[in-house]
Write a protein that binds this ligand. Sequence first.
Ligand code: AMP
Length: 330
Amino acid sequence: MQTTGKLHLGNLLGALSNWVKLQDQYDCFYFAADWHALSSNYEDTAQLEENLVDLGVNWLSAGLDPQRCTLFIQSLIPEHAVLHLLFSMVTPIPWLERVPSYKEKMEQVENRDLHTYGFLGYPVLQAADIVLYKASFVPVGVDQLPHLELTRELVRRFHDIYKAKVFVEPDGLMSEVPKLPGLDGRKMSKSYNNAIYLSDSREQMARKIANIVTDPARVRRSDPGDPDKCVAYSFHLAFSPKGENEVTWKECTTATRGCVDCKKHLAKHIMTRLDPLLERRAYWEPRRDEVLGVLREGTLKARAVAKETLAQAEDAMRVNVARLLPGVRI
Ligand code: AMP
């Protein structure tokens, strides 16, 4: 997860809630991608450190437990940068230029400079992040699947060139809500200014929910609506109990419930879902040192794994100069 600021409901449903479930089923490594955060925001660094701590607060508030998973910080593990560099030597540029998220953001994001090497190389760094831990699965939202495809292609290319099998080809592990829309119906994203944030006040959330786009053809209260064309209904599917969604469907299509009422129901269910997390946030927020302690322990543990894998990769490439001069590279 990038440290680009506040987490939104898409991050929660697409990734974080799933992370919490998976910590009992797998040996999970979750990290704060603070280098990745620079790739689309290299000038605006004032908040990066605070964002990092805040991400830790959100993780613990969501229910991640450092006894059951490893939580770490990308930029404290230089092996990520070294493997990124080695991978960049064998990555064909057209592979990166055709990544859908690259093309989409280049077209749609107007207020930031994305014409940088770092932004183009984002998925190469991500590939290094994944394969250093020989991950079999990566629990992400649907927007990340092309990056995993690129990771698999890079792994195969590396194995093919250096005639050694070092890495594992990872698969995606999607949550029940792999793509939560934003208020306007596009994917919920910080870049699109259409997100509801975990840090929004209840009033802000209620106001945003009231502004979610509904079926544009339902102009009057008496017009029947089509839930399939209603963004608010997608939110109901993600947050409201199943039985109630059947009622919502019926009342929308027969015009017995208006959109204003429908969104009030929705707001109630979203709040119910968020309440326990927000309560735990109130516990963790003032405990900054404890949060940093968790990240410290996790980072030390992750680094040992990353070091070993990088050494194997450098052996395969026959560039393991660190072996010639032991003790120089720390
Ligand atoms: P990022 O903020 O890009 O680091 O994303 C963190 C995680 O949230 C990634 O696994 C994304 O796939 C996931 N994610 C981001 N936006 C959404 C969304 N609108 N719906 C579902 N998952 C999302």
